[in-house]
Design a protein around this ligand. Structure first.
Ligand code: 26Q
Length: 805
């Protein structure tokens, strides 16, 4: 858009008055933020309206991305950049004596997601808007996002995330587009004109109220919509029936219970507990989403028979898989379709991404629970299941009861959501090549056998706008200086940087920028934690959710081993390193929380030990979120991607670090494999068991962690230090971790990979000393990172799954 500095200043000053009732002199930072955000939204509005109008006219296919999580991050700066007015605003504010970054910092980040899956939804939204794909995000407006993490005495403590405490400057509430969602009750079946009729009665109604957030395409005048739904009581503020009977407080109780649906995001990203509130959240999302889509489709005047030609609904993991029975319900019960046609329309409309192969994360719902809260939906799932089992019986598996019950959607009094999602959709994709192969050959092989055409891979990607252009402006500008700005529109042109990988002048600039970003991070650490870190040390970062399969403990063991070596020989030539951890543990995940305590205990011991002469530092930075990630990625020298091979479906942090010039130390897992294939083995440090070996170990149970413990004295020492008082905690503090590694035979193969990990880390130590070589590697990584832009991923989804583009 176009706005000149003077106009901007005038608009901003007026906005301060109209929105906050203040003149600049009296305005505080919050006033300035809200004035600027509100003005930015005004600027966006025109494009938003035009985009919606165009989408309505265009007759193009509309894509609805259903996700229980959207981790969009702060929006002020990125919106200004997408509008192309960041510089003008910055200048204008400067004239007023104000600093844009300081104002932007005060924005509260909407933490409406746990990690990878939620952030992926945000990167995809950004890419759809930028590519001009009519894409809508559909999610929940949780009143409380992911908990805020504080570290107290080394332990994680959780606090509510009050991101809506003040107003959300970006959203527009649309009460008139609210939708009724029905829970509970019973279904009456009647027959009329030879057709069964299903009438749902005695249900409880909940209102889904939409709040729309603009998703601004990058300098293309397109603004898509992220629609977040909030639960409210129907019609009345409180229940007059109870109120009049004198049960005054009962009326408020019901309101409270209703609104509880969109109260809080579940903080687990890998464990499924089958909680009723979570089930209600999932149905709340899909029912309101699908109903509004059908309504707006009908307004277009087209026949519902053609629904799937104009609408795609993509489900982000199985969490929104009830969209399948919900669409069938609407088509049959409300629109009068027969089963076969409703089934065909639904299957062609829905596509599904799988994000995990870990058994404990696969969603299963108890039959009685679904029957009780979603009686009509249950009937439809039963029907899908029956038809599916019959199909198996009549085609491939005649008489094979075992096979059929293994593949059934309903078995053992449970509904398997992945099976429902596969049977009821036309496409299922994994998120990296290895992950998709494991789905096809192992986890879902029975389904691959019968529906090979449904399976495909879509390797994840990240928005290079947020993860380079926005978070690392200095790097972005040097890149443009050397290869021109075309990489911003076509990120694969980052490859043109390869030409300069041996150019000393360019490399020096890259080095200086890394140092600048490291200093910026070090300043934050000093301010917040009063810890001095050496910006000339290697910044070695592992930032992600805390989980056994991600193996933060392997990283810790390596640090303990280095520390032991230094204690033995304080003059040992180790290149100074700062080990940085960040990440949240699910509040009920005991070992993950112990791991946080372990990292902090080790930090306490090492950081205060004068004997090792500041050669090692260990930091745990609290409350990892998108905002912190934007500070961390640009400051990293080393990126830790060390999951047990086969366990990390893709990873996306790996791509963010790479894009900011860090060197990756990694197992050949998830998208690490594809990163390694791009940059070549000289530009990434690979270690550990290969997928085949890990699968072999799991299959044949050939692994014995106690043997490894006994054979490797370095490992034995470190392990013993967990429980012998070496660390400044009671001796049984880390017994849980210790036992999981020895008694429980180390399910995630930490001990097995330790030796090779130490070797790989020694290689890093050596390589970093060769500054020129290191920078060449760094440039190579940046150059190939364009391959991992989510623009490319979204283009593939659009072409190969959605049939849009
Ligand atoms: C399920 C049921 C009940 C409560 C919570 C959940 C739940 C919530 C979130 C289960 C899983 C998640 C999130 C999973 C996730 O983030 N997976 C990651 O997805 C990334 C994007 O594809 C991949 O890069 C990561 O490898 C994968 O771990």
């Amino acid at each position: 858009m176009r706005v000149n500095k003077d106009q901007f200043i005038e608009d901003f000053v007026n906005k301060l008055v109209s929105k906050r009732g203040k003149k600049i002199k009296e305005a505080n930072l919050l006033d300035k933020y809200y004035a600027l955000a509100s003005l930015t939204r005004d600027y966006i509005a025109e494009y938003w309206v035009n985009t919606n109008e165009r989408y309505l006219k265009d007759n193009k296919k509309q894509i609805y991305y259903f996700s229980m999580e959207f981790l969009i991050g702060k929006l002020l700066i990125s919106n200004l950049m997408s509008l192309g007015i960041k510089e003008v605003c910055e200048d204008g504010l400067k004239d007023l004596g104000l600093d844009l970054n300081e104002i932007a910092e005060i924005e509260k980040e909407p933490g409406l997601g746990n990690g990878g899956l939620g952030r992926l939804a945000a990167c995809f939204s950004d890419s759809m808007a930028t590519l001009g794909i009519p894409g809508y995000g559909v999610g929940i407006r949780y009143k409380y996002g992911l908990f805020q993490q504080k570290i107290m005495e080394g332990y994680q403590e959780e606090f509510p995330d009050q991101w809506l405490k003040y107003e959300n400057a970006w959203e527009i509430k649309r009460p008139s587009e609210s939708v009724e969602v029905k829970f509970g009750g019973n279904v009456i079946i009647t027959q009329k004109d030879n057709r069964l009729k299903f009438v749902h009665e005695n249900y409880e109604s909940i209102l889904a109220v939409p709040y729309d957030i603009p998703i601004v395409g990058y300098k293309n005048n397109i603004v898509n919509t992220l629609r977040l739904l909030s639960a409210e009581v129907m019609d009345k503020e409180f229940d007059y029936y109870h109120f009049n009977k004198g049960e005054y407080t009962k009326a408020f109780e019901d309101k409270y219970n209703t609104e509880a649906i969109s109260y809080v995001l579940y903080p687990d990203d890998s464990y499924e507990k089958g909680k009723i509130l979570r089930l209600k959240q999932e149905y709340f999302l899909v029912s309101s989403g699908v109903q509004s889509i059908v309504e707006s489709f009908k307004k277009s005047g087209k026949h519902l028979k053609e629904f799937y030609k104009y609408v795609s609904i993509h489900i982000n993991d199985t969490h929104p898989a009830l969209a399948i029975p919900e669409l069938i319900r609407i088509l049959i019960d409300e629109e009068g379709f027969g089963w076969d046609e409703a089934w065909k329309i639904t299957k062609h409309t829905i596509s599904y991404t799988n994000h995990t192969i870990m058994a404990e994360a696969l969603e299963k719902w108890n039959v009685d629970m679904i029957k009780k809260f979603l009686p009509r939906i249950f009937m439809i799932i039963e029907e899908i299941n029956e038809r599916f089992c019959k199909e198996l019986w009549n085609t491939k598996y005649n008489g094979d009861f075992d096979k059929i019950s293994e593949m059934a959607i309903i078995a053992d009094n449970q509904i398997k959501m992945a099976h429902l999602a596969i049977v009821g959709s036309h496409s299922i994709n994994g998120v990296a090549k290895l992950h998709t192969e494991i789905l096809k050959r192992k986890e879902l092989k029975e389904f691959y056998n019968i529906y090979p055409e449904k399976f495909n891979n879509k390797t994840n990607g990240i928005s290079h706008r947020r993860w380079l252009l926005k978070c690392n402006p200095k790097l972005a500008s040097v890149i443009s200086e050397y290869i021109g700005p075309s990489w911003i529109d076509s990120p694969e042109s980052l490859m043109n940087l390869l030409e300069f990988k041996k150019d000393p002048c360019f490399k020096e600039k890259i080095y200086k920028i890394k140092q600048y970003n490291k200093n910026k991070f070090a300043n934050m650490v000093k301010e917040k934690y009063s810890i001095e870190i050496n910006p000339n040390s290697i910044f070695d970062i592992q930032a992600k959710r805390i989980h056994e399969y991600k193996r933060q403990v392997l990283n810790v063991f390596h640090i303990m081993h280095l520390y032991n070596k230094l204690l033995e020989n304080p003059n040992l030539d180790i290149y100074p390193r700062t080990f940085i951890f960040a990440g949240k543990a699910a509040p009920g995940y005991y070992i993950a929380k112990e791991t946080i305590k372990l990292i902090n205990s080790l930090g306490k011991k090492i950081n205060n030990d004068y004997r090792i002469k500041d050669k090692l530092k260990v930091l745990f930075i609290e409350d990892y979120n998108i905002t912190l990630a934007e500070l961390l990625m640009p400051a990293a020298d080393v990126s830790e991607q060390i999951s047990t091979t086969t366990k990390e479906a893709s990873g996306t942090g790996n791509m963010k670090f790479m894009m900011n010039g860090a060197i990756t130390i990694a197992t050949l897992d998830g998208a690490n494999i594809e990163i390694a294939n791009e940059v070549g083995e000289d530009n990434i440090i690979i270690f550990g068991l290969k997928a085949k070996e890990v699968l072999e170990i799991y299959k044949n149970n050939t692994h014995n962690s106690i043997d490894i413990y006994n054979e490797d004295i370095r490992l034995k020492t470190v392990m013993d230090e967990l429980i012998n008082g070496f660390l400044p905690v009671s001796m049984d503090e880390f017994k849980g971790i210790y036992d999981s590694l020895l008694k429980d035979n180390d399910k995630y193969l930490v001990l097995k990979d330790f030796c090779d990990y130490v070797r790989a880390q020694e290689k890093i130590d050596k390589l970093y000393r060769n500054k020129s070589k290191w920078l060449e590697m760094s440039v190579t990584n940046i150059a190939y990172s364009g391959k991992f832009s989510s623009d490319k991923t979204i283009e593939e989804y659009a072409k190969e799954i959605w049939g849009a583009l």
